[in-house]
Design a protein around this ligand. Structure first.
Ligand code: ZN
Length: 248
């Protein structure tokens, strides 16, 4: 194997270790983001309940005021009833009094129903509040897990990054550019072995995507010390010693 491919292999080794470390932290960070989304969903629900409770309370207050003003009206009619001069006047006031009493009793029923509805809403409201609090505590735990994972891998990641710079320094620029592009696409997995798929015939495939590799490509890999990508998945192809011998 030529110097370029050897350098790419060293870079690949370091890259995979970095990708592995990152994956562990990313998984934990994803749990944090999911928890954050869960909390904001609960908060939106809470806000909706809160608004409904507020407008329900305003409606109850308004009805209550209505009941009180009718009660004042009823008291006035009672006084008027006592001062009625004629039977006709008396019976007219009495009719109005009874109408007002009936209306007010309906109104009071509505206030009571509304109050019990508001009590239920208050309970849901309080439950949501408690749930948000406990989910927030869980979020803090998850964030702590991420911080710990980051702390734990910081030194190793730093040393791997230094190794990566060292390994990349000896890779030709065009091969390095290709390497980095494939690394971003494939979670750090860049190099793919060329495997022989038929023991009797010269048939080869890319181990990364299992698609066929032409004999021309195989020969190019053998004769040129260069980063030759798989036509299908783009990974940089290489032949290990056994496969290289079998081609010759
Ligand atoms: Zn491939």
């Amino acid at each position: 194997m030529g110097a370029t491919l050897e350098a790419l292999h060293r870079l690949q080794e370091v890259e995979l270790q970095i990708a592995e470390l990152r994956k562990v932290i990313d998984r934990k960070a994803r749990a944090v983001r999911q928890q954050e989304a869960r909390i904001s969903e609960l908060q939106a629900k809470y806000q909706k309940e809160h608004d409904a409770l507020r407008s329900g309370q305003m409606e109850a207050d308004r009805l209550d005021l209505d009941v009180k003003s009718r009660e004042a009206e009823i008291a006035k009619l009672r006084t008027a009833l006592q001062g009625a001069k004629t039977n006709k006047e008396y019976s007219a006031i009495l009719t109005q009094l009874n109408t007002n009493k009936a209306d007010n009793s309906k109104l009071e029923d509505r206030v009571l129903a509304l109050m019990s509805e508001l009590d239920k809403k208050r309970q849901v409201h309080a439950e949501l509040q408690a749930q948000i609090k406990s989910e927030e505590a869980r979020l803090e735990e998850l964030r702590q897990v991420v911080r710990e994972a980051e702390d734990k891998s910081r030194d190793r990641l730093e040393s791997l990054r230094a190794q990566r710079i060292e390994a990349a320094a000896v890779v030709p620029p065009s091969a390095l550019e290709l390497f980095e592009r494939i690394a971003r696409k494939n979670d750090g997995e860049v190099m793919a072995r060329v495997i022989r798929t038929n023991p009797k015939r010269a048939e080869y495939a890319c181990e990364g995507c299992n698609m066929a590799i032409t004999i021309e490509q195989v020969n190019a890999i053998l004769s040129r010390d260069d980063a030759i990508p798989c036509n299908i998945c783009g990974r940089i192809l290489f032949l290990d010693t056994a496969a290289a011998t079998s081609v010759r």
